[in-house]
Design a binder for this molecule. Structure first.
Ligand SMILES: Nc1ncnc2c1ncn2[C@@H]1O[C@H](COP(=O)(O)OP(=O)(O)OP(=O)(O)O)[C@@H](O)[C@H]1O
Length: 252
């Protein structure tokens, strides 16, 4: 489904060019559940941003279901991004609006701008939004303002909003980082359920190694912008983890 070939990303900084991704190549088949691990600054978020077209890499190509997303016009890119769900660490909800309104925002990419601005959603949009709220057990909270919810509930609203996009790909950048361990597990369980029941491809950045090992089918690791591991949880030995997180070097 996703073919990444020779992707590099160089940022221009005040200290000169900085290479955040170095010649990354990987295939992610449809229905995979990939967790990206690595130290802070290793390039995980940069990689995710290239997958959803927020960032066009300085080199290399990315194809998603045959569509070369690194060469799209602005309009085509907008259409592509509509088909990719993105879950953020800080939830990125409009907190003064209701739960349902936020989930409906997942449908905005399908509406002409003027209808979106006026909130003129179709009956089908409402049906989809409500079905997704049910999936994350938030039907009773439909009319509640988001700022009255707990963090775990907010992240579930964000997941429902992303699912309302009917995405072909779900990306998540540290979706559990602001949640306690119990709620973190809940978010991972929901993503796993979508992955297993709907065959949804999930790619997620995650600092909590235990959650990555427990929930993902495949782990990939970045170190200083390079892809240094690609395998299953069972293949990720303690030695490899030490190397990825540079633990020995830090202790020395
Ligand atoms: N727009 C930018 N301009 C300059 N440098 C950037 C930019 N975006 C990211 N970087 C740098 O690229 C490197 C990789 O950043 P990235 O956010 O991908 O790391 P990460 O592995 O996701 O880290 P974390 O786990 O802390 O989120 C970092 O050194 C960061 O400072």
């Amino acid at each position: 489904m996703i073919e990444v070939r020779g992707v590099s990303q160089v940022f221009q900084t005040k200290n000169g060019p900085f290479q955040a991704l170095k010649d990354v190549s990987i295939d992610i088949p449809k229905g995979d559940f990939v967790a990206i691990i690595g130290r802070s600054g290793a390039g995980k978020s940069t990689f995710l941003r290239t997958l959803n077209g927020l960032l066009i890499p300085t080199e290399g190509s990315i194809k998603v279901e045959g569509l070369e997303i690194t060469r799209l016009s602005k309009r085509e890119l907008q259409k592509y991004r509509r088909s990719v769900g993105f879950i953020f660490q800080q939830f990125n909800l409009v907190t003064r609006l209701s739960v349902l309104d936020n989930v409906l925002h997942g449908r905005l990419g399908y509406l002409p701008t003027w209808r979106g601005l006026l909130g003129l959603y179709t009956e089908r949009d409402y049906q989809i939004a409500r079905a997704q709220l049910e999936q994350v057990d938030l039907t009773p909270k439909e009319s509640a303002r988001v700022d009255s919810l707990s963090g775990g509930q907010m992240q579930r609203v964000a997941i429902a909003r992303a699912m309302a996009q009917e995405p072909r790909l779900m990306l998540a950048d540290e979706p559990a980082a602001n949640l306690d361990p119990v709620l973190s597990e809940e978010v991972m369980r929901i993503l796993k359920r979508f992955n297993e029941q709907l065959g949804m491809t999930v790619v997620i950045n995650i600092h909590a190694l235990d959650l990555a090992l427990e929930y993902a089918r495949r782990i990939i690791a970045f170190k200083k912008g390079e892809l240094v591991f690609d395998g299953t949880a069972a293949e990720l030995t303690d030695e490899l983890v030490d190397e990825i997180y540079e633990r020995r070097e830090m202790a020395a």
